[in-house]
Design a protein around this ligand. Structure first.
Ligand code: GLC
Length: 419
């Protein structure tokens, strides 16, 4: 595998303090992309990795939220821009967040850093912001203190058009004003969400703006309230890592609160377990029912250490069957689902950063061989496609979405090269 090319992609997408996911299609800083990308930077330019984190947290809101997009500079190649989101202070940004993988990324960065005093100084400075970010999730995304954070927009899950969101999204009205999608200037429509989905994404952005981004006002008015089990799992893992960082750096004031949240989530997640589906399911808060769909979010509780040994065994055997169901794996939606589409974004293609998290979880539960198989499958995509694409067709391995994509190049560097 050509790791020089992977490094060249990060350099090419580098705007000095932050890395764009890919030029044109995504010309700003995205939250979870940046966390994975920082892990890639760490393998060859450590100082740059810490800058990436600092740039992201420079956009943190006063209430602790770290937005899913920071519009650091102008660009007309992306829609919807800051004007549509409507946030008025600080660095222009979106008004929702994304799966909070940062505390885990920073833990790994610290462990793998050779310049340890610089790394320790960076972590010490970032820690209060990380704590505020996690407390924001528990306060503003779990209004009823259930232990399961929810979201009011599919984009907050990072898995925009996952079939798991179809039913709740269908309740959302479509905006009636006209607009121009810019994503279709860069990528074939067959690999992107539909116009009907976009109309509804925009409605939810408007709703958030009308209620001044205040979840206590948004939640009762929103037709879309979903517990994304992927975000729950990533938050759980990251809070666990954050607590360890707090202890190591003697910033323990919030540890009891964070620990209480870990316990609460550990118990609450049990209700999302499905013996029939052999995994954890996403949950629709409005109908108070599980969203019965095999998407890779359903395997992320392994990464969050939310499964007991029996559940992990069931999930491992489901994963084996899932791997066998398409030539390139893991398909983001199980190929046996009626909603599976091998090249359409989150409805089937393979995403390498998700594969890494699932493999990491399997390894922690002792399924090392299976974890290695996922790693091989992930390598196979890059080799078949001949490059570091945004995602990969699960049947042909063909590269899809944006080319020269930061998180895919970064995953190759920290997972395949550094090991
Ligand atoms: C898409 C993906 C999201 C990602 C962003 C930038 O919106 O669904 O997960 O963060 O693109 O790559």
């Amino acid at each position: 595998m050509d790791f020089d090319a992977a490094r060249a992609i990060l350099r090419g997408n580098d705007l000095g303090t932050y890395t764009v996911p890919t030029k044109g299609l995504y010309p700003f800083q995205w939250n979870w992309d940046s966390a994975f990308t920082a892990l890639g930077w760490l393998t060859f330019e450590e100082g740059r990795a810490w800058k990436e984190a600092q740039a992201m947290f420079s956009g943190q809101w006063d209430n602790g939220m770290v937005p899913h997009i920071l519009f650091h500079g102008p660009s007309d190649s992306y829609f919807p821009g800051p004007g549509i989101w409507g946030a008025e202070s600080g660095i222009p940004s979106s008004t929702i967040s994304q799966p909070p993988v940062w505390a885990t990324a920073i833990t790994l960065m610290l462990q793998r850093s050779s310049a340890s005093s610089a790394a320790r100084a960076a972590v010490r400075d970032l820690l209060p912001q990380l704590i505020d970010y996690h407390l924001w999730w528990y306060r503003d995304r779990d209004l009823d203190n259930t232990g399961l954070v929810e979201s009011y927009h599919p984009w907050e899950s990072g898995m925009d058009n996952s079939p798991a969101w179809d039913a709740p999204l269908a309740r959302v009205p479509r905006v009636e004003w006209g607009y121009q999608r810019r994503d279709l200037n860069h990528v074939d429509q067959a690999q992107r969400p539909s116009d009907a989905e976009y109309d509804r994404y925009l409605h939810l952005i408007e709703l958030n703006r009308q209620h001044r981004f205040e979840p206590r006002r948004v939640a009762p008015a929103s037709p879309y309230r979903v517990i994304d089990i992927g975000t729950v799992a990533i938050l759980q893992r990251a809070t666990h890592d954050l607590i360890n960082l707090c202890r190591e750096f003697g910033q323990e004031e919030s540890v009891p609160e964070l620990e209480a949240e870990l316990v609460r989530t550990g118990k609450a997640a049990r209700r999302c377990w499905s013996g029939e589906y052999r995994c954890f399911l996403n949950w629709d808060k409005i109908s108070d029912a599980p969203l019965r769909e095999h998407t890779t979010a359903a395997l992320l509780p392994l990464f969050g250490h939310l499964a007991d040994a029996g559940q992990a065994g069931e999930m491992a055997s489901l994963t084996e069957q899932w791997l066998a169901a398409s030539e390139f794996s893991l398909a983001s939606t199980h190929p046996r689902s009626p909603f599976y589409e091998p090249q359409r974004y989150w409805r089937g293609p393979v995403w390498l950063h998700v594969n890494w998290m699932i493999a990491d979880g399997l390894r922690a539960y002792g399924y090392t061989e299976l974890a290695d198989r996922i790693k091989q499958e992930s390598r196979k995509c890059i080799m078949a496609a001949g490059g570091y694409y945004e995602y990969f067709n699960s049947e042909t391995g063909k590269g899809c979405g944006g080319a020269n994509f930061s998180w895919t190049a970064a995953v190759a560097l920290f997972w395949f090269q550094a090991g």
